[in-house]
Design a protein around this ligand. Structure first.
Ligand code: F0G
Length: 460
């Protein structure tokens, strides 16, 4: 990756969407009304929206042109065949089943292969994946390496699977209880951390010995491939497109949320090599999503995705994309603001525990930081800490707090400039100056499930 000041964005801007920043007084009022929960804000009251990188990408002129050319035929749409060609060429899988988004693809995969009391192994299953495994009364098992849980350990591939534990699981439970291994690239839940090719190859080799298939959660596959090129010996001179095909050559198929590395605003897919898996997936796809050649998407969406999959492996695009995340991370480190290191592919994760060490977890340090970032700069991140992950023991009433207390600043693709990133850094510097005056939050409302979307707070 070249230093950030040696190049500029590999595109120019043809359409703009105006942004307005509310005044500080307005922001104070709006966040109070929202109960200090960022999900309850209206998007138009947000200046820089880093809530997610999912479905928030800017499409290219080529993708928008594809929108006009979308074939809306119920069966056999030309756009479906364009998508199939892209999946074959870019990912190397023969068969594709479109779905309305990533979690729908997970739903189908789990319905095909997971039985009650099974164990689904992976590095770290994303929340929706975990949800679908639990809905099948099976157990999601996260086997990410120990370094993956340590915010400040500099390891190049913190999304790697612990091969020793993988083998132990396979040995103990065998293929009767383990339907497949799912490798999430990049690993979202610990900071968008990549998985190395060596690790993927080894997982394949071990799983094959036990006759267990390997699938990918491919939401951010191109970002993972770029990290392999940057960090793994032997890959510096390989084109990313080739690295992507090698990665997928170790899998039997994938689920994908195309809202990330598909560079589109909605959609997902399943892809497979074997016709047998494909047939099974289509059978469920037709019931839950729609006919085999549209699966919950409009023809125009399939067309935009078929083009996005080709654009996302462009190395100038990826250098600029990962370079922007890295740029923000470096600015924050220069200011002494603690983050997960090294930064991952799709965002910077603030470590609220170290940033606000005087606020105990019961007073929601990460939620406090997220709310203050809105007040300070009109910036919206997302809390991944006590609000999202703490749970209360039904019998004892005792609360189990999560290990990490983070605020994720997810960066949409091709949307913001480095000057927006500078504003994020400036806002955090402002909070750092007055952080001793912050005392945390008290929760005043919580829903019985997935409380973080609707919880309400008051300032302490
Ligand atoms: N897998 C991963 C790794 C994800 O990050 C997501 C979504 C999904 C699956 C589900 O895909 O939203 O299309 O149904 N992540 C979003 C995020 C929501 O903000 O990280 P979906």
């Amino acid at each position: 990756m070249r230093p950030r000041d040696e190049y500029a964005e590999p595109y120019r801007i043809k359409v703009v969407e105006p942004l307005r920043q509310r005044t500080r007084e307005e922001r104070e009022e709006l966040i109070t009304q929202a109960g200090y929960n960022l999900f309850s804000l209206r998007a138009e009251d947000v200046y820089i929206d880093l809530l997610t990188d999912s479905g928030t990408s800017a499409m290219s002129d080529n993708q928008w042109a594809g929108i006009m050319l979308g074939d809306e035929s119920y069966a056999g749409s030309k756009s479906f065949y364009h998508l199939e060609e892209s999946v074959r060429e870019i990912m190397g899988f023969r068969h594709v089943v479109p779905t309305h988004q990533g979690r729908a693809a997970e739903h189908i995969l789990m319905t095909m292969l997971v039985k009650p009391s099974d164990r689904v192994l992976g590095n770290m299953h994303f929340d929706t994946t975990e949800g679908h495994i639990l809905l099948k009364r099976a157990t999601p098992v996260n086997l990410v390496i120990e370094e993956g849980y340590e915010p400040s350990i500099l390891h190049p591939f913190k999304g790697n699977i612990d091969l020793f534990r993988l083998e132990e699981e396979l040995d103990t439970y065998g293929p009767e209880k383990i339907p497949f291994v799912l490798i999430t690239v990049t690993c979202n839940n610990n900071g968008g951390q990549p998985v190395s090719m060596a690790n993927i190859r080894a997982v394949r080799e071990i799983a094959s010995r036990y006759g267990v298939p390997v699938f990918f959660d491919a939401a951010r596959f191109a970002e993972n491939a770029f990290f392999i090129k940057e960090r793994e010996p032997g890959y510096a001179d390989k084109p990313v497109a080739e690295i992507v095909r090698e990665m997928f050559s170790y899998g039997d198929g994938c689920t994908m949320s195309s809202k990330k590395d598909g560079l589109v605003n909605i959609g997902g897919l399943l892809a497979f090599n074997s016709e047998g898996y494909y047939r099974q997936a289509v059978q469920w796809g037709i019931v839950y999503e729609g006919f085999a050649t549209y699966g919950g998407q409009a023809g125009r969406d399939l067309e935009a995705l078929s083009r996005g999959l080709r654009e996302v492996v462009d190395e100038y695009y990826l250098e600029n994309r990962i370079g922007q995340v890295d740029y923000l991370a470096r600015r924050l480190l220069d200011l002494g603001i603690p983050i997960i290191e090294p930064p991952g592919g799709h965002g910077v994760y603030l470590d609220a525990r170290r940033f606000l060490p005087h606020i105990p977890q019961e007073h929601f340090p990460a939620q406090t930081l997220a709310a203050e970032l809105y007040i300070e700069g009109g910036i919206r991140g997302v809390e991944l800490g006590t609000n999202a992950f703490a749970h209360r023991d039904e019998k004892t009433g005792e609360i189990a707090y999560p290990r990490l207390e983070l605020v994720r600043l997810a960066i949409p693709r091709r949307v913001y400039t480095d000057r927006h990133m500078d504003q994020v850094a400036r806002a955090l510097a402002g909070i750092a100056r007055r952080k001793d005056s912050l005392h945390g939050l008290r929760m005043v409302y919580e829903a019985p499930v997935l409380r973080h979307f609707t919880s309400r707070f008051e300032r302490l």
